[in-house]
Design a binder for this molecule. Structure first.
Ligand SMILES: *[C@@H]1O[C@H](CO)[C@@H](O)[C@H](O)[C@H]1NC(C)=O
Ligand SMILES: *[C@@H]1O[C@H](CO)[C@@H](O)[C@H](O)[C@H]1NC(C)=O
Ligand SMILES: *[C@@H]1O[C@H](CO)[C@@H](O)[C@H](O)[C@H]1NC(C)=O
Length: 395
């Protein structure tokens, strides 16, 4: 089975290029967390322009299709006219102003206190979107040659995966990846779907295109399995945060903690292959789900690094423990916010945004140090082959 070949099939020109290029890609290696300014300096706007001669065929195709959907007027707002700025300070948080975004979004239709919830037929699901919102559909075939459907009907037995536009984008090329769309899977990580998301990040071959995941209770707004991705030409604060190594597993995957970052979390990298890294992360996600702990995931550096950030903001909101200042701002700490890209909805908040304010907000969304230390012990136990949960008293 080759998911890489499958993604390669997204455009005919990719078939020859991508799988070989993927195999040739190096393992994650340790390096300075601050990417070189030459590569990551802010040239012009933070994403729109397609000025890179090295754009992968996959991204080139994605940009083209996204621009086409924009020309057709399918988006709720024009993201290219929304302001984005990098805040001064140690972390360089990124803020984007999208006034009134939450009023136009599809409403959240489930409780925020359960990470695993069954798929409900009566609620919105992605099979309902207009066909115009679909950019790609793809699936694997038994003979290992990938199939790409443009407008073809679903004649193949298994359900293809799809990439759709996000009609309420927070960045250029904001899309949704829906594994096996017709199967209507609930929002929960499984090994295979997570690997698919890792492959999408790898095929993009561009660190400015990240793939993210929000669990239920972690500010996912639709209970139909989906990942998100968009292109923003800036290094995220979480990506340049310092880390402290915890352990290296037998498959070569290194597990580290974020340090001096407002959100407690794990950073994973390395491993003998993409699957090794993917399997470690999905195993912990599954553990968190089964423990009813909301979390968010950022697949970074083309699938070479993954951040796993547990959070408890919805729990604080429900318990009446969230501070009014941030409730008034209506910021939802999904994976992008936790990674340091904040979507602000009021002009005032955007104009007054400061590192100190954003930092306090993210600390509020994060687990406390004590809670995180306990989780860390459970995760290490799990990775060492234990059950993980024995020592974790679920409050
Ligand atoms: C998904 O939504 C469609 C359109 O409303 C509906 O017909 C279908 O039953 C839903 N799927 C499931 C599995 O509930
Ligand atoms: C693989 O199978 C598909 C149908 O499932 C067929 O269309 C295609 O030609 C096959 N490719 C090869 C290389 O055999
Ligand atoms: C990737 O890492 C593994 C284990 O650390 C090592 O055996 C392998 O040679 C590495 N491959 C490359 C291309 O560096």
């Amino acid at each position: 089975m080759s998911v890489s070949a499958l993604l390669a099939s997204l455009s005919p020109s990719l078939v020859a290029v991508a799988p070989a290029a993927s195999r040739a890609r190096r393992n994650g290696t340790s390096r300075s967390r601050r990417w070189s300014v030459g590569v990551f300096g802010l040239r012009g706007s933070l994403g729109m322009e397609d000025d890179s001669p090295n754009l992968s065929p996959f991204l080139r195709k994605l940009f083209k299709e996204w621009d086409d959907r924009k020309a057709r007027g399918l988006f709720h707002h024009d993201i290219s006219s929304c302001q984005t700025k990098v805040l001064p300070g140690e972390h360089n948080f990124v803020a984007t102003l999208i006034e009134g975004r939450d009023q136009k979004k599809r409403p959240t239709e489930f409780g925020m206190n359960q990470v695993l919830q069954p798929f409900e037929s009566g609620k919105f699901n992605f099979t309902k979107v207009s066909p115009e919102e679909i950019i790609f559909r793809f699936q694997e075939s038994e003979n290992d040659s990938a199939q790409y459907f443009d407008d073809a009907p679903h004649t193949v037995s298994s359900s293809p995966s799809a990439i759709l536009i996000n009609v309420s984008p927070i960045g250029y090329c904001h899309v949704l990846l829906i594994p096996r769309i017709q199967d209507c899977l609930p929002q929960r990580i499984d090994q295979e779907s997570f690997l698919l998301a890792m492959h999408v990040a790898r095929e993009a071959t561009d660190p400015f295109f990240r793939v993210g995941y929000n669990s239920l209770g972690g500010f996912a707004t639709i209970n139909h399995l989906h990942f998100q991705a968009y292109y923003l030409k800036v290094q995220y604060p979480v990506e340049k945060a310092s880390t402290e190594k915890l352990t290296t597993l037998s498959n070569g995957v290194s597990v580290a903690l974020l340090v001096q970052y407002p959100v407690c979390g794990f950073a994973f990298e390395g491993g003998t292959c993409l699957e090794a890294l993917s399997d470690v992360v999905s195993k912990i996600c599954i553990f968190l789900q089964e423990s009813n702990r909301p979390f968010n995931v950022l697949i970074s550096e083309c699938g070479k690094r993954v951040f796993l950030l547990p959070q408890c903001y919805a729990e604080k909101q429900l318990a009446g423990k969230a501070s009014q200042e941030f409730l008034d701002m209506r910021i939802n700490p999904a994976i992008w916010e936790l990674s340091g890209h904040l979507i602000l909805k009021r002009r005032k908040d955007y104009d007054e945004a400061s590192e100190a304010t954003i930092f306090r907000f993210l600390v509020e969304a994060s687990l406390s140090d004590t809670e995180f230390q306990e989780l860390k012990r459970c995760v290490l136990d799990l990775l060492a082959g234990g059950a993980g949960r024995n020592s974790w008293i679920n409050s």
